[in-house]
Design a protein around this ligand. Structure first.
Ligand SMILES: Nc1ncnc2c1ncn2[C@@H]1O[C@H](COP(=O)(O)OP(=O)(O)OP(=O)(O)O)[C@@H](O)[C@H]1O
Ligand SMILES: [Mg+2]
Length: 499
C-alpha cells in the first residue's frame, strides 16, 4: 500500500558459533524514521551492517528503489546513497573536525588539484550550525567530548546527502539539548525524503521521532508496528519476550545512616566549586544535572583521576588524601567511567580475560599464581547475572555486540568488590532487560552494605533507583532532595538554575 523504496528480505547471517540473523525482513519508506529495536545482541547492528555493505548476508536479498542490489563494501553502499553512523565511532582522533567530515571528499577548485579551503570551511560551518554544535572546525577530534564526537559523526553523514541514513544509537552519549538538535536535523532530513533507520534503547525518546518500529529478538524478526499505535510496555514485551514487571525494582528503605564518605568544600579550579555532601552505607546517591554540570569531574576527583585544589575527604571516619587512581582503589573506591571505549576493552582478548583485567591480584595466591578456576567461575557468574550474550567465555570481545561489550566493563568493576562504587551512566546503550539486571545488581550491592554514587542523565532512572539525589550545575551542587519528594521538574529546575 505504501511506496517501499527499500526492502530487505529473508536475511540470514552466521558467525562462527552464532546465528546472528535468521530469516529477517525489514522495509523502509522514504521520509520515515524507522526505529529498530531489540535487546543487546538481537542483531540490529548486524542487519544494518549488511544494508550498508560492511557484511555480506549468507542468504536473502535487498531491493533498493525497485532494483536488486548487493553492496560489496561500505563505499558502494554510500555511492548508492546509503550511509551509516556506527555505534562505535569511526573518527580519526588526530584530525580536525573539518578534516573528519570531509575526509576523502575534500572540496577542490576547478583545476581539481588545489583544495577549495574557503567553500569547504563554509560548508562545515553551515553543518555545525544546523546541529547547534559550538566547536571550531579546526578543533582536533581527540579534544572533543564523547557527545561532541558523536555530533561530528552526524555532521559527516549529513554532509553526504544520503537517501538512507542509518543511525546506530546516535543519542547514547548525547544530552537533552544535543538530542533536541539531533531531532531537529532528523526532521529536516525526513522532510527532504531521507529514509532514516534509528537504533536506540531509549523508547520514550523514540516516541518523539519514530514513525514505525521493527522489533527483533535473538536474531529473528518479531513485528513491525506504527509507533503511534503501540504502548511502550508492548514494545518491551516484544523485545524481551517476557513480562519484566516493575523496571525499577524496589528495595528496603535505608534505616541506619552511617556515613562512609564525607566530602567538604571540594575545589578544582574552574571545574568544581565548594562541593560538600555525605554518602551513607547502603545508599544509592544520585548525581543529576545537565551535560557539563561537573558530575563526571566530581566522580573523577573522588576517584583520584584528577587532582583537587582544596577541600577535605573523610572515609569511614578517617581524613584521607586520595592521590591517584590506585590509591582510590586500594581504599575501596571504584569508578565506572562514562567513556567505556577509552576505558580499554581489549578487543582481541576473551570475555573472561576482559572481565579479569586488572583483577588478577585478587584471584592469585601470595606467590602470584592465578587461580584459574576462581577466575572462570566468577566471570561465568557475572556473564549470567548481567546476561552477557556470548557463546562462551573464550569468545573475543571484538565479536560481541556493542551493549554486551559495555556489560563486560561493568562486570570488571563489580568484580573488584569495593565498598564505594561510582557508576557514571551505567545503563547507557544497554537494553531494558539488562538495565533491570543492572538495577537488581545495584540493589544487591547496597543490601550487602556497599554504597553507590550513580551519575545518570536519565531522570526516570535517577528517580526510580536513588535514595537521595544531588543536582549539579556549573560545578556546584545546586539542590539536594530525597527520592520520595523529588520530581523531574524539580531536578530540572535545580539543573538549570541561574547563579
Ligand atoms: N563479527 C562477529 N563475529 C562473531 N559474532 C558476532 C559478530 N558480530 C556480531 N556477532 C554476534 O551477533 C549477534 C548480534 O550482534 P549485533 O551487534 O547485531 O547486536 P545488536 O542488536 O546490535 O546489539 P546491541 O544493542 O548490544 O548493540 C551477537 O550475538 C553478537 O555477539
Ligand atoms: Mg548494536
Amino acid at each position: 500500500m505504501s511506496e517501499t523504496f527499500l526492502q530487505m528480505s529473508h536475511i540470514t547471517k552466521r558467525f562462527p558459533g552464532v546465528l546472528a540473523l535468521s530469516n529477517v525482513s525489514f522495509n523502509l519508506r522514504p521520509g520515515e524514521v524507522h526505529a529498530l529495536l531489540g535487546e543487546n545482541g538481537a542483531g540490529k547492528s548486524t542487519l544494518m551492517k549488511i544494508l550498508s555493505g560492511v557484511y555480506q548476508p549468507d542468504e536473502g536479498e535487498i531491493t533498493f528503489e525497485g532494483n536488486p542490489v548487493s553492496f560489496a563494501d561500505p563505499l558502494s553502499a554510500q555511492r548508492a546513497g546509503i550511509t551509516i553512523i556506527h555505534q562505535e565511532f569511526n573518527l580519526f582522533p588526530d584530525l580536525t573536525v573539518e578534516e573528519n567530515i570531509f575526509i576523502g571528499r575534500e572540496f577542490c577548485k576547478n583545476n581539481r588539484w588545489r583544495l577549495d579551503d574557503k567553500s569547504q570551511r563554509q560548508a562545515v560551518v553551515d553543518i555545525l550550525k544546523q546541529l547547534n554544535l559550538s566547536v571550531s572546525p579546526q578543533t582536533r577530534v581527540a579534544d572533543l567530548t564523547v557527545a561532541q564526537q558523536q555530533m561530528v559523526e552526524i555532521a559527516k553523514a549529513i554532509s553526504v546527502n544520503a537517501k538512507v541514513l542509518i543511525m546506530d544509537e546516535p543519542t547514547a552519549a548525547l544530552t537533552e539539548s544535543e538530542i533536541e538538535s539531533l531531532f531537529a536535523v532528523t526532521r529536516l532530513l525526513k522532510a527532504r525524503g531521507t529514509g532514516i533507520v534509528y537504533i536506540s534503547h531509549r523508547l520514550e525518546e523514540l516516541a518523539l521521532i519514530a514513525d514505525r518500529a521493527t522489533v527483533m529478538r535473538d536474531g529473528q524478526y518479531i513485528a513491525t508496528v506504527d509507533y503511534e499505535l503501540v504502548q511502550i510496555s508492548e514494545l518491551i514485551a516484544m523485545m524481551v519476550g517476557r513480562d519484566l514487571g516493575n523496571i525499577y525494582p524496589k528495595r528496603a528503605p535505608q534505616t541506619r545512616r552511617q556515613p562512609v564518605l564525607e566530602v567538604k568544600g571540594l575545589q578544582r579550579k574552574d571545574v568544581l566549586h565548594d562541593i560538600s555532601f555525605t554518602l551513607h552505607r547502603g545508599e544509592i546517591l544520585g548525581l543529576a544535572g545537565l551535560m557539563g554540570a561537573g558530575r563526571t569531574e566530581l566522580g573523577r576527583a573522588l576517584f583520584g583521576a584528577d587532582p583537587i585544589d582544596g577541600g577535605s575527604v573523610v572515609l569511614n571516619g578517617q581524613p584521607v588524601v586520595i592521590k591517584n587512581v590506585s590509591d582510590a582503589i586500594s581504599r575501596g573506591i571504584s569508578y565506572l567511567t562514562e567513556d567505556r571505549k577509552k576505558e580499554g576493552l581489549a578487543l582481541g582478548l576473551s570475555v573472561e580475560a576482559n572481565i579479569m583485567l586488572g583483577n588478577y591480584p585478587e584471584f592469585s595466591t601470595p606467590l602470584g599464581n592465578v587461580n584459574e578456576k576462581a577466575c572462570q567461575q566468577t566471570s561465568s557468574e557475572l556473564v549470567k547475572t548481567l546476561r552477557i550474550k556470548t557463546p562462551h567465555l573464550q569468545q573475543a570481545a571484538l565479536n560481541l555486540s556493542g551493549g554486551n561489550q559495555q556489560k563486560i566493563i561493568i562486570a570488571r568493576w563489580v568484580c573488584k568488590d569495593t565498598d564505594i562504587l561510582i557508576f557514571d551512566e551505567p545503563t547507557r546503550g544497554i537494553d531494558v532487560g539488562a538495565k533491570l539486571e543492572i538495577y537488581e545488581l545495584m540493589n544487591r550491592l547496597v543490601a550487602k552494605g556497599k554504597s553507590i554514587i550513580m551519575i545518570s542523565s536519565e531522570l526516570p532512572e535517577v528517580l526510580g533507583m536513588c535514595d537521595r539525589i544531588l543536582v549539579m550545575r556549573g560545578g556546584r551542587i545546586t539542590g539536594e532532595m530525597n527520592a520520595d519528594t523529588a520530581t523531574q521538574e524539580k531536578i530540572m529546575q535545580y539543573a538549570t538554575l541561574e547563579d
